[in-house]
Design a protein around this ligand. Structure first.
Ligand SMILES: *Cc1c(COP(=O)(O)O)cnc(C)c1O
Length: 373
């Protein structure tokens, strides 16, 4: 089966992990900071590492102080972690429909949803294509609320020549194996705002405070550390940071290969009538995580099954989040977000990753060419 997404681990990655295993540290050691510095250089804002993209979202919501009853505006076309991490904190999830072309949150749908309980707008850079961040920023500034960017798909992308990670109040990343690079499980949070990032950091490290000037119990002794607000353990271990540093060194080559595959497919499919290929706005440079095509809704399921039977690992990304049964009790239902639902009904994600060969790519295209609708 040609995988729809797959990691690439080479000898340099393996060496880096072996070195870390032989060192004095397995978890919080010098490689955590080294990885975070490398990430900061890459995304253009201070960054902390955590154990997953889900943890990163949880830390971001904690950093902005999400409380029960706060409202968070999100797009339906995303992985459910975007919503789940706010919902478990008691937030009310509000949906704004997506743009018809990119499947990113539609800024035109956001403003009407803002109330005095709205805490943040969350943009998801679907497939790696950055959302309309300037338009969203205008709205969040106008109402004094936060802009969070779920960049699980888009590390390495840029928006108007600014790297993803340097733009929103908080940006979250995932390093799950199918994403743009991997630490097995892992994630990160970046922010140009030092206070917000420090709050996220503290939450990810048990809420522990050690700096003498911040202690409320300063007389305890040199061993002392204390908690003012609860946190959890979302620390990414040294061993995985070693993999992250090594993978980040390879990210430019990953991006280039993803771009080649994007161009190859887009060119080949321009000759096939029933396939609609993804667009890229002129002011973004995407690190393509997915290659999402649209096919006629009435044939999507058959095409999916045919491709799978031919060993081509297609996927569907995503069931619109409001249709997960967990939201049914909140009154959400089919028909509520027609653009997202129509996108979902015709979408197929084709294989795209560093490890695909020319033969793999030709097989995908030839299989589509053989389809008669
Ligand atoms: C993968 C993903 C996440 C969650 O990341 P994990 O590292 O798997 O926890 C969150 N949001 C989006 C859009 C994702 O694709």
């Amino acid at each position: 089966m040609i995988p729809y997404g797959r990691h690439s681990i080479d000898d340099s990655d393996i060496e880096a992990v072996i070195e870390a295993l032989k060192s004095d540290w397995l978890t919080t050691g010098p490689l955590v900071e080294k990885f975070e510095r490398s990430l900061e250089n890459f995304v253009g804002a201070p960054t902390i590492s955590v154990t997953s993209g889900t943890a990163a979202l949880h830390c971001a919501y904690s950093a902005i102080g999400v409380k029960p009853g706060d409202e968070i505006i999100t797009p339906p076309i995303t992985f459910i972690a975007t919503q789940a991490t706010a919902a478990v904190m008691g937030a009310k999830i509000v949906f704004a429909d997506v743009q018809e072309d990119t499947a990113n949150i539609n800024p035109g749908a956001v403003e009407a949803l803002i109330t005095n309980r709205t805490k943040a707008v969350v943009a998801v850079d679907y497939a790696g294509h950055p959302a309309d961040l300037d338009e969203l920023r205008m709205i969040t500034n106008k109402y004094g609320i936060y802009l969070i960017e779920d960049a699980a798909h888009s590390i390495g992308s840029s928006y108007k020549n600014r790297p993803v990670g340097s733009i929103a109040d908080l940006t979250t990343f995932s390093f799950f194996p199918t994403k743009n690079f991997t630490t097995a499980e892992g994630g990160a949070i970046s922010s140009p705002n030092p206070e917000l990032l420090e709050r996220a950091r503290k939450f990810s490290r048990q809420g522990l405070i050690r700096e003498p000037e911040n202690l409320l119990l300063p007389g305890e002794g040199p061993w002392h550390q204390e908690v003012h607000e609860f946190g959890l353990n979302y620390r990414l271990p040294d061993v995985l940071c070693a993999l992250g540093i090594s993978q980040l060194n390879r990210l430019a080559s990953f991006k280039q290969r993803r771009r080649e595959i994007f161009d190859f497919y887009s060119n080949a499919f321009s000759k096939i009538d029933f396939i609609r290929t993804p667009i890229e706005k002129e002011f973004v440079d995407s690190n393509w995580h997915l290659y999402p095509v649209r096919v006629p809704q009435s044939h999507r399921s058959d095409i999916y099954k045919l491709l799978r039977s031919q060993g081509i690992g297609v996927q569907v990304n995503y069931l619109p989040a409001h249709l997960h049964p967990v939201f049914a009790s909140k009154g959400l239902k089919r028909g509520d977000f027609p653009v997202a639902e129509s996108f979902y009904a015709s979408e197929l994600s084709l294989p795209i990753s560093f490890v695909l060969t020319e033969d793999d790519l030709n097989r995908v295209v030839e299989t589509f060419e053989s389809i008669v609708l």
